[in-house]
Design a protein around this ligand. Structure first.
Ligand SMILES: Nc1ncnc2c1ncn2[C@@H]1O[C@H](COP(=O)(O)OP(=O)(O)O)[C@@H](O)[C@H]1O
Ligand SMILES: [Mg+2]
Length: 221
């Protein structure tokens, strides 16, 4: 896959063999110093398909920002296959869906994590109507409140192809990061995802090429 010459920039390439904080620090650095810095407070992380590395990127990016001294909240909006609660443990009943259903207050769904400065909102019980919940006014209320209390809100979402959830969430965010598994996503698919995000009025702030092996990564330098 050739390196795209037009924006958005490929922020970085994450090597399977160097899943270190250094890689995520440079991703963070690139976002910090991109043109979008002043307006990027809510970032949706998505991809074309499952398994490309959305959750891994969301988690590590959140940790990298927290380690930099930012007040960060990681929100699991993948209501189809949530996984942030697996990484952080804790009570899996109260989360985003209980807030969106107006059964829990914001304080009840925000939990401190074992990483200083990083709070977590897990997905909660899987609802029958994820897209509608994510599109609700209550979701806007949550994002507005979180923006008041945190420097950065990182949002994990389902894949873009075949589901509207990620587009709904991305359209409410300041920016969206697209995670692309190297060698897996066809050009046609990649374009479709980009077009769909643009149609949803999401602002694509970058593409993360994930799971590049060291050999291939050398080809890029
Ligand atoms: N850069 C990487 N190097 C090696 N393995 C990775 C990398 N990114 C993700 N993975 C692995 O790939 C699998 C899918 O990643 P995950 O973040 O859960 O994807 P998604 O959230 O997009 O479905 C997981 O087993 C994860 O550990
Ligand atoms: Mg995931």
């Amino acid at each position: 896959m050739p390196k795209p010459s037009t924006s958005p920039p490929i922020l970085m390439q994450i090597n399977p063999n160097s899943l270190t904080s250094e890689a995520y620090r440079s991703l963070r650095f690139n976002i910090e110093f991109s043109d979008f810095e002043h307006e990027v407070k809510t970032i949706a992380i998505t991809s074309a398909n499952r398994g490309e590395g959305k959750t891994t990127t969301a988690l590590n990016l959140a940790v990298a920002y927290a380690q930099m001294g930012k007040k960060v909240v990681l929100l699991d909006a993948d209501l189809r296959k949530p996984s942030v609660h697996i990484a952080f443990g804790g009570d899996s009943s109260r989360g985003l869906t209980s807030f969106l259903n107006e059964r829990s207050s914001m304080n009840e769904i925000i939990h401190e994590s074992y990483v200083d400065g990083l709070s977590i909102i897990i997905a909660g019980a899987i609802p029958p109507n994820p897209s509608e919940l994510l599109a609700s006014k209550q979701m806007n209320v949550l994002l507005a409140e979180l923006k008041n209390s945190y420097d950065l809100i990182i949002i994990d979402t389902p894949p873009v192809l075949m589901l509207t959830d990620a587009k709904v969430v991305a359209s409410k965010c300041d920016g969206v990061l697209l995670v692309v598994e190297y060698g897996k996503v066809k050009r046609r698919e990649g374009k479709k995802v980009k077009d769909e995000l643009m149609l949803a009025k999401a602002k694509l702030i970058g593409v993360v090429l994930n799971k590049i092996n060291t050999q291939d990564a050398d080809d890029y330098s």
